[in-house]
Each structure stands twice: as C-alpha cells, then as structure tokens.
Design a protein around this ligand. Structure first.
Ligand SMILES: [Fe+2]
Length: 441
C-alpha cells in the first residue's frame, strides 16, 4: 500500500524553447516558480505548527515534510548537478526529505515521517528560502546554451511541487478526519459542484482512437507514446455517480453482500469495517462527511468521493454496469473543458480553460478537474514506453495500482489534462476519487 510521492520526468516543453528569446523563457519560468512556491506556503498557512507534523497513516505525509521534500527535489535534481556554486543547506536534510528515490541515496522510513520534530517548521521555512534564492539565481544566470535543459528541470520541479500541493491537503484532510473536534481547514471552502443537466448515457462509437499525450506540452513518461487503441461501442454515463446513488447502495446492503465484491475488496471491507465512503460519519442519524470546510451533511446531488476502487467496482456490479477502461475514459473525455473548481488557491488561473458544466465532445460532463475517476485499468506501460532518465516516476508502480483519470478540485488547473494517468492501490479512499459507469453495446 505504497503511494509514491510525485517524482520527475523529463518532458518540459523542449520544442517550444528554441523559438522564444531566452530572456522571455527565463522570465516565464521565474514567475511560474514564484507562483508555485507561494501556493505551497498559502496552502500550509491554514495549518498550525502542530497540524504540520501529524502523519495520520503510513500513506500520508506531514505538511511540514511536503514543504521540505519539494524543496529537496529542487536541491537534489536542479541545484546540486547544475550549480557548482550551490551549497547544500543542511547535510542531514537529503536523508530526511528524499521520498523514495533509490538513486538519490538512503532515506528516512516513510512511516516515521511524523516523528521528525526537528527540524521544526521555521527551519523548513529557512530551507525553502535558501533554495528559492538559489533557484532564482540559477534561472537568471544559467548560460543560454544550457538553459533549455536546465529550465526543463525547473518545469519538472514545479509539476512535482504542484502534485504535492494536492497531497498536502489530501493528507491533512485525513488527519483532521481522525480528530474528534472536526477541524476546519478553510471555512470558505466550497465543495465540488453537484451534477447538473440531463442524466443517462452517451454513446461513444466503436473504432480506433488515439490515446496518450501528443504535442509539446508537459507530460509524464507514462503518458507516452501516443498510440491507437481499438475500443468497442460503449455507453458512458454523462454524470459521475452521486452521493444519493451511493446512499441507495448502502440501503440495498451493498456493504454486506459479498457477491458484489472482488475477493480482495470483500476482505478489505471486513478488515476495515467499511459501511460508507471514507470520511463519512453518522451524526444525529444522518450521514455527514469530513471536508476541508469541516464536517458537512452529505449532499445527495454531489459526486460521491473518497471511495476505493473496490467500492467503485462493487457499485458498478450492483448497477449492472462496469467501470470504463482508461482508453474508453480518455476517448469520452476528448474535448472536455477543464472544470476548474479552484476551491483552493488561485495559482495559475490564467491557464484554466472554459469553466464549469460543459460537455465533452461526446456529451460527458465534469470529466476534468472535479473528482478523480477510477478506471478498470491496471497501471502499466503503454507499448513502446521509455522511462525518463530518473526511472523512478512510473516503473516502480506498474502492476498493482489502478489508473485514475481527470484530476480533482484541489488539483492545480495547470496540471489538468485528459491524458494524465494517476495511480493508486485499489484500497485507497483518502483521495478525492469517484467514478462513472459504462455499459458495452
Ligand atoms: Fe515527491
């Protein structure tokens, strides 16, 4: 049950760079760097010093650790190899804040990250300031002949940090959900949109469709190569499964009917005592769920969240449907506008496309930027996959993870794209993950 903290890849808009003046590229990267680094601190600013050291489970990391780890990433992969004048801030930090990069040396055990009380939060802030200054200096001074390669690493670091911004709030929500006082992360937090418009299924015709990333924009290694896949005629739900539909599943004994569940899923239901999605709790005989805005009544019209792959699969069987494969999902998402919920922060809003409730080319709604969507596909390489030179972003996780697509409402809009393949083990439900169903034929 290991979820990787995010890691690097090497595709950082190489084709565009030579066509733009180097000073313009430097300026763009510098502004992006400042914006992303500030967003991390803005998300952490909602937390007390005590909040920032809590690790509520092995798969989660403390907020203070996230702040330091993304900083170590720039130090390890950008500054040390590319700035001869750079001096490591503290020789002990690489051991503490390396996540899982074997090639980057030994590291502190993940389950014990919550035991790191020293360095404290102020030390981490000083570490961030030290690295910020060095990165800004490097961006300004890197010789033009090296700029394309080095600035591509800056871009990787920014994507990495923005993914950790999502993990930071995912992990703190899990921590707060263990707290009997139901802490509020952000009183102004707004939940994902309730689904609007006609329901039902839309038909995606059978045929050969292009899957995977193309073009010059950033992507991770597992999104390539772009390739053709044959998909059958499939009907995909216009909408995500809602909390109201999940309440029907609960009422129909979904959690106590073993025939609905995969064997491992049923074992997990028994072991964990699942009776409802993650972060749900009965209060005054009504279901509530822990949110970033505190404990809230469950909204029947809103998409169900915090369900595992096992639960999504069981519901699909209960409904006489199945989960879309990731290829079916990607085809259905073609032309989908970015939902751009922007429930947290405002970084990169300029990059957001059309907002809201618009349909994809095929008529599916809310596919990108609402909640992560489980697919039926096991995470693995596309044919012709080539690992990036770090070799530690995708390859360690092929096999026992399931692919999720679409991004969620706390994902930075800059990262959202329909080809992005997220991956979690099938028992995880701390993530803002829901799903839609489909039917063949
Ligand atoms: Fe990471």
């Amino acid at each position: 049950m290991v979820r990787p903290a995010m890691s690097p890849a090497t595709r950082g808009e190489p084709a565009r760079a030579p066509q733009r003046p180097i000073d313009e590229i430097r300026d763009t990267r510098l502004r992006a760097f400042r914006r992303v680094r500030a967003e991390t601190e803005a998300r952490a600013a909602h937390l007390s010093a005590e909040d920032q050291i809590v690790q509520s489970m092995e798969d989660a990391s403390p907020a203070k650790w996230h702040r330091a780890h993304v900083t170590w990433f720039f130090e390890q992969f950008l500054l040390v190899p590319h700035d001869p004048a750079y001096r490591i801030f503290d020789e002990r930090f690489p051991f503490l804040f390396n996540s899982y990069y074997v090639a980057a040396g030994p590291r502190h055990a993940r389950p014990q990250r919550g035991l790191i009380t020293r360095p404290n939060g102020e030390d981490v802030s000083a570490y961030r300031a030290h690295v910020d200054a060095a990165v800004e200096r490097l961006i300004a001074q890197i010789p033009a002949v090296e700029a394309e390669r080095v600035l591509a690493i800056v871009e990787i670091g920014l994507h990495h940090e923005q993914q950790h911004q999502e993990l930071l709030v995912t992990d703190i929500l899990h921590a707060f959900a263990q707290n009997p006082t139901d802490p509020v992360y952000d009183a102004n937090w707004q939940p994902p949109r309730a689904t609007q418009g006609p329901r039902g299924y839309v038909e995606v015709p059978a045929g050969i469709h292009a899957i995977g990333h193309e073009g010059d924009g950033f992507c991770f290694d597992n999104e390539t190569p772009s390739h053709d896949e044959l998909i059958p005629r499939v009907r995909i739900a216009r909408h995500l499964i809602t909390n109201g539909e999940w309440l029907e599943f609960i009422g129909a004994a979904g959690y106590t009917t073993p025939s609905l569940w995969l064997s491992d899923g049923w074992a997990t239901v028994q072991t964990e005592g699942w009776q409802a999605p993650g972060h749900w709790r009965k209060k005054s005989d009504a279901w509530h769920m822990m949110t970033l805005g505190g404990l809230k009544p469950v909204d029947p019209a809103a998409p169900v969240q915090h369900v595992s792959y096992y639960e999504a699969d069981a519901f699909a069987r209960f409904a006489g449907k199945h989960l879309p494969s990731e290829a079916e999902w990607e085809v259905a998402a073609r032309g989908a506008p970015i939902a751009g919920h922007l429930g947290l922060g405002a970084a990169d809003t300029a990059d957001v496309g059309a907002l809201g409730e618009l349909d994809s080319q095929w008529g599916c709604r809310q596919m990108v930027g609402n909640v992560w969507e489980w697919t039926s596909t096991a995470f693995g390489p596309y044919d012709g996959f080539v690992a990036d030179p770090y070799k530690e972003y995708s390859e360690p996780w092929f096999g026992d993870h399931r692919v999720l697509r679409g991004g969620c409402f706390v994902t930075q809009p800059r990262l959202l794209r329909p080809t992005w393949r997220n991956f979690y083990t099938p028992d995880r439900r701390d993530v803002w993950a829901g799903f839609r169903t489909c039917a063949i034929g």
